[in-house]
Design a binder for this molecule. Structure first.
Ligand SMILES: Nc1nc2c(ncn2[C@@H]2O[C@H](COP(=O)(O)OP(=O)(O)OP(=O)(O)O)[C@@H](O)[C@H]2O)c(=O)[nH]1
Ligand SMILES: [Mg+2]
Length: 234
């Protein structure tokens, strides 16, 4: 079995190398490939990526885009390159703990899940700003309400999904509405979401966090829109 790790990157020179080294060394009973998608970073991240590529190819693949088009678009660009059985999205900051891959991949190895979310609210949260806490609560409440679920963390970045299913989802999200879109499509297709507790240490806007208030509105719109329009996998 192989894990495809998609790493969207926009100006993450302080943490990128550490994230990739951790990904390469985390001990899981699966092969790995790491697909890094850079949106024309201007802080030197692109060069760091190129040297990582030279050092670790073919495990690492790198895509450089000419424009900054959002996290969701970056993930879409990576999708045709996926050769693994399971996909995980990995931010290039250190907000999440890569060691926890060991537990996150277990349901796939045991073949008990198609979709796994790492839940910060079942685990441990450090330093999350109050406005982000509120936004997370709103999105989780709305997701449960609209889709009849009982999940605890809609907006977690640690989303894992079988690659075949992921391709069927034909993701459209441009920015951070990737999360509600994936949740909506999983729920509409009656694919059970298995949650596993994880730990999370938030960074600040000053430290590079890029999500904005308007992303909350887009996320809410996305949850409502898919509830109304539905979605057919094919
Ligand atoms: N390629 C690319 N990556 C992006 C873009 N915007 C954000 N990212 C990356 O996406 C990841 C998440 O961005 P963050 O600013 O940490 O967002 P967050 O608040 O943690 O939001 P979540 O992804 O919902 O957890 C980071 O690795 C960013 O560098 C973009 O426009 N293009
Ligand atoms: Mg982040």
């Amino acid at each position: 079995m192989k894990l495809s790790v998609i790493v969207p990157v926009l100006n993450e020179k302080n943490t990128l190398e550490k994230v990739i080294e951790k990904l390469l060394t985390v001990d899981i009973p699966m092969d790995k490939e790491i697909i890094i998608v850079d949106d024309n970073s201007t802080d030197g991240s692109s060069q760091i990526m190129d040297s990582l590529y030279e050092k670790y190819k073919p495990v690492i693949k790198v895509i450089h885009k000419k424009q900054t088009e959002g996290k969701g678009n970056a993930i879409q660009s990576a999708t045709p390159l996926i050769t693994g059985d399971v996909v995980i999205i990995q931010d290039a900051d250190m907000e999440y703990n890569i060691e926890e891959y060991r537990v996150l991949v277990k349901p796939f190895i045991e073949q008990t899940a198609e979709v796994v979310f790492g839940s910060r609210f079942m685990g441990k949260i450090e330093k999350m700003a109050p406005q982000n806490m509120i936004a997370n609560r709103i999105l989780t409440f709305l997701a449960n309400f609209l889709y009849g679920l009982k999940i605890t963390d809609e907006a977690t970045a640690y989303k894992l999904i079988k690659a075949d299913l992921f391709r069927k989802f034909k993701m459209q999200a441009k920015r951070f509405e990737f999360c509600p879109e994936l949740l909506a499509k999983a729920a509409l297709g009656k694919h059970k979401i298995t949650e596993i507790p994880i730990t999370y240490r938030a960074r600040t806007v000053k430290e590079g966090k890029k999500i904005k208030w308007h992303d909350l509105i887009t996320a809410i719109n996305t949850l409502i829109r898919y509830r109304i329009t539905g979605f057919k996998e094919n």
